[in-house]
Write a protein that binds this ligand. Structure first.
Ligand code: CTP
Length: 215
């Protein structure tokens, strides 16, 4: 199968030396890319800046901003059987990046931000993707309810939800505990390290893709 994985944070430039970003390490996305490649699938990893080692036998397309990730996904998603959106994409970006370093002046500074393109939300509509679509949901409350809303509004086959308010799992951590939210059921997986979890997730996603191919 051809598998696209987005991973890592995006960086939205404020000026030549500063950016807006988040705490995503990229671990989950890289572990997923590795799991699929290890099973012999052809993987394209589109990733924001991370310090993760690149898994073997994975095609790699580095990007920096949400807009670049959007463009890279739009170019490649057409030939994919499975698309997994594990990236922590910035939801907002500065209206414009200052060409010169911002000097400190007054006591306050206001940044004006504008929404970034919703890449996962573009998959079914703008990109016309008909393969197996998997999103992630990082929530701090009403985990299942919010994930289920995401599943429906973005046309996903599966949303992998995790509660980022729980210490020691998820963002920035080696371990994760997720709830698999499908249109007709939810399945809680026990907490485990991201490498083992990625193998279990890859299995579940391949099962979904096989079911879709049978239909
Ligand atoms: N995502 C994306 N493009 C964006 C933002 C998010 O592709 N511009 C993807 C992420 O990779 C993830 C999922 O969408 O798979 C997260 O959904 P989203 O609704 O953006 O999550 P939150 O940012 O947590 O949304 P909200 O603010 O609605 O809670």
């Amino acid at each position: 199968m051809n598998v696209l994985v987005t991973a890592g944070p995006t960086r939205e430039p404020i000026d030549p030396v500063r950016y807006l970003s988040n705490r995503s390490s990229g671990k989950m996305g890289y572990a997923l890319a590795h799991a699929f490649a290890h099973e012999g699938h052809r993987v394209l990893l589109i990733s924001g800046p991370t310090s993760q080692p690149l898994p073997d036998h994975v095609d790699y397309l580095p990007v920096t901003t949400a807009a670049e990730m959007h463009q890279a996904v739009s170019r490649h998603i057409g030939r994919m059987d499975i698309a997994i959106f594990a990236a922590a994409v910035a939801d907002y970006t500065p209206v414009h990046a200052e060409p010169q370093k911002i000097k400190k002046t007054g006591d306050r500074l206001t940044l004006e931000l504008v929404r970034t393109p919703d890449i996962l939300g573009s998959a079914r509509g703008a990109f016309g993707f008909t393969g197996t679509l998997v999103g992630f949901a990082a929530e701090t409350e009403a985990l299942e309810e919010n994930a289920r809303k995401k599943l429906a509004s973005k046309g996903c086959d599966l949303v992998i939800a995790n509660d980022v308010s729980k210490p020691g799992i998820g963002f920035d951590s080696d371990r994760n505990e997720v709830l698999l939210v499908y249109p007709d059921q939810s399945v809680a997986l026990p907490a485990e390290d991201k490498v083992h979890l990625a193998n279990h997730l890859a299995e579940a996603i391949l099962e979904l893709a096989a079911g879709k191919a049978d239909r």
